[in-house]
Design a protein around this ligand. Structure first.
Ligand code: C2E
Ligand code: SIN
Ligand code: SIN
Ligand code: FE
Ligand code: FE
Length: 628
């Protein structure tokens, strides 16, 4: 059977001084079926070089050569490779010498007169060298393995088939504080277990059915504390399949868990910061809202006129708290486009009330005034689409054509989509406006702030210390005396404190001018009630206090400003305040004149009853403040 196998290659190194002897040995081996690759050396240097340069399966060494011998050769070979088969082949020598060579590490000794023994000796030595190498490799593996187990970063626990600990490695000792003596023999369950019953059941089941288990478990330390570890538990079986050990490999994942926790916290904080940023951004947008809305509406109208090829378009928005629609953006409409529209009036007003689109195929035949004006501007067909937000029309989108409007469903679809966008934009702007107001409310929701503000106003106006406080106190007193309800008193007081807040808009050169004002300067000075109205009306909680800042320069006879209201058109609080303010002004030094005496001022007030002032207020004033 051996001859059927392909010849095995034999790399033979011959240490031999005679070439024909070497050839003889090689022939012998070739006859046995070896494919011999061979080299011949006969000196120490030659042998060294051959060992370095080649790979050899066997060394066949002559006993004695000129200047070299088998002892020396063996020393050189063993220093390089303890397993390389070394067979001495020599003429007859004594048995002692042969034994001596074997002791020194030669593997066999073959006499030249009995060379037929050589092939068998070579074969045996090759096998044994192979075994020796395999054993050495296995030992090295085992050494590395036990080092890994003993010194590695993982916890290793070996139990017997009943789960009692037989071995723990160094890492286990380091991490738990138990010595091996303290834990060997105890049940592994006491040292570590998955806390969750389901995981425990899975572990039992996996091991029972011969699979391994991987999962997390809490490991107990000697001091009673615990830590998380990731476990792999597997069974070691004997050849018959019976479990003889369980091997537990575990890794401390506490640092990992802590890192995860930190990461979660960090992400959470980041998310909160992003939310806050977004809120800030929303407020930011709020402050520029009117601009944005205008921009959005203009963009929308550009889209409508170019994409839909209509000749004119407009967007009207509902004015808060009124029943009118105000033009917010207009394309190609002349005067009609600038007009407000009342709800319910004409096609536009009807669309806004009904919340459904209204179409007018021929404006010339429509009954409404506005429709006739539009027809006069040369338009023929008209459509109004309500801008509906939460079921309520907040405005209108109008499109106009000098010819007919198309019937194409895509065209109408786009128009409706644009109306939807306009509604969203208008709604956003409204929300944003509310937000802005809420913000201002927050900033100003303290009367203390108002008092401080009014003191600052006094300072700017070069009024005497406490002028505004005095005026406010007296106004409240008179208001109560005239039956103003207590719930309104707080607004009267706030209004009085802020009555001249509009003067913040008046330049020093006019406000502090030492002489009379020119006509142009008066124009500016008379704006201060309007300024007050503009600034305060956006602040929700000051709106009820607006009467005094807005109307304190109106006159009973209608010759006052800013609106020329007369008589009881002027809010009562403002009528009361006007008397108090003029009295206080006259009796104080002003940049433009010295203070009047109290008597002169009272006389003036009495004189002005029925012209500048409400006579009933003057009456109560004189009763409360001075002689009747
Ligand atoms: P103010 O000084 O607080 O005066 C409030 C109101 O008191 C005045 O409203 C006016 O009705 C009355 N008043 C004050 N001084 C006199 C006065 O000498 N004679 C009479 N008959 N009434 C007086 P008015 O007139 O609408 O003025 C509003 C504000 O315009 C004044 O507030 C003051 O800041 C400014 N102003 C009025 N006149 C002059 C002026 O001649 N020169 C300068 N620099 N400012 C003036
Ligand atoms: C075992 O029961 O064999 C080990 C269990 C564990 O360490 O989690
Ligand atoms: C915090 O944790 O509250 C500070 C970071 C943040 O603004 O969310
Ligand atoms: Fe004033
Ligand atoms: Fe004043």
């Amino acid at each position: 059977m051996a001859q059927e196998l392909p010849p095995s290659v034999l790399r033979a190194l011959l240490v031999e001084d005679r070439d024909d002897d070497a050839v003889l040995l090689v022939r012998l081996l070739q006859r046995e079926g070896y494919a011999v690759q061979w080299g011949r050396v006969d000196s120490a240097q030659g042998l060294e070089a051959a060992l370095v340069e080649g790979v050899w399966d066997v060394v066949l060494c002559d006993f004695r050569m000129p200047g070299f011998d088998a002892h020396q050769a063996l020393g050189i070979v063993r220093a390089r490779d303890p397993d390389l088969p070394f067979i001495v082949v020599s003429g007859t020598v004594g048995e002692e010498i042969a034994v001596d060579m074997m002791r020194a590490g030669a593997n066999d000794y073959v006499m030249k007169d009995n060379l037929t023994r050589l092939p068998a000796a070579v074969a045996r030595e090759l096998r044994e060298a192979e075994d020796r190498r395999a054993r050495r490799f296995a030992e090295a593996q085992l050494r590395r393995l036990s080092q890994a187990v003993e010194q590695g970063p993982a916890i290793v626990v070996v139990t017997n088939a009943q789960g009692r600990v037989e071995y723990v490695n160094r890492r286990f000792v380091e991490l738990t504080g138990f010595t091996p003596e303290e834990v060997v023999g105890t049940s592994a369950h006491l040292l570590a277990e998955p806390p969750d019953p389901q995981a425990r059941a899975e572990l039992e089941q996996a091991l029972g059915s011969g699979r391994w288990w991987r999962g997390e478990a809490l490991v107990r330390r000697k001091d009673g504390s615990r830590f998380w570890a990731v476990f792999t538990v597997s069974a070691v079986r004997d050849p018959r399949g019976n479990v003889v050990h369980y091997v537990v490999v575990a890794e401390d994942v506490t640092p990992l868990k802590e890192a995860e926790q930190r990461e979660r916290e960090l992400r959470h904080r980041l998310e909160r910061q992003v939310e806050r940023l977004q809120a800030l951004r929303a407020i930011d947008v709020a402050i520029t809202s009117s601009l944005d809305l205008q921009l959005t509406l203009n963009v929308l109208l550009d889209q409508v006129t170019t994409q839909l090829r209509v000749d004119a378009a407009s967007i009207l928005l509902r004015e808060p708290g009124t029943y009118t629609l105000r033009p917010a953006a207009v394309r190609n409409l002349k005067t009609v486009g600038q007009e407000r529209v009342r709800l319910g009036e004409g096609a536009a007003g009807e669309a806004a009330v009904r919340g459904d689109p209204v179409r007018v195929p021929d404006l010339a035949e429509a009954p409404g005034q506005r429709e006739r004006w539009l027809a006069a501007e040369g338009f023929r067909a008209y459509c109004a689409l309500p801008l509906v937000v939460k079921g309520e029309a907040v405005g209108l989108l109008e499109v106009l054509s000098r010819s007919e409007l198309p019937e194409d469903p895509d065209w109408w679809g786009f128009l409706e989509a644009v109306a939807g966008q306009a509604a969203v934009a208008a709604d956003n702007a409204r929300l944003v406006e509310e937000l802005r107001r809420a913000n201002l409310n927050l900033q100003l929701a303290y009367d203390a702030t108002l008092e401080g503000w009014s003191r600052a106003l006094d300072l700017r106006d070069r009024e005497t210390e406490g002028h505004t406080q005095r005026v406010a106190d007296l106004t409240v007193r008179l208001a109560r005396a005239m039956g103003v309800p207590e719930s309104a008193i707080v607004h009267v007081r706030r209004g009085a404190l802020l009555h001249d807040v509009g003067k913040l808009g008046i330049p020093d050169a006019i406000l502090l001018k030492p002489g009379p004002l020119t006509e142009e300067e008066w124009d500016i000075m008379r704006r201060h009630p309007e300024y007050a109205y503009r600034w305060l009306s956006s602040i929700e909680f000051l709106r009820p206090a607006l009467d005094i800042p807005y109307c304190h320069h109106e006159r009973w006879d209608g010759k006052g400003y800013p609106r020329g209201l007369r008589g009881e058109e002027i809010p009562l609080a403002a009528r009361i305040f006007a008397v108090v303010d003029v009295f206080d002004a006259l009796t104080s030094d002003r940049p433009y004149r010295k203070a009047w005496s109290r008597e002169e001022a009272l006389r003036y007030i009495r004189e002005q009853a029925g012209s500048q002032f409400d006579p009933r207020v003057v009456e109560v004033f004189l009763r409360e403040v001075g002689e009747p």
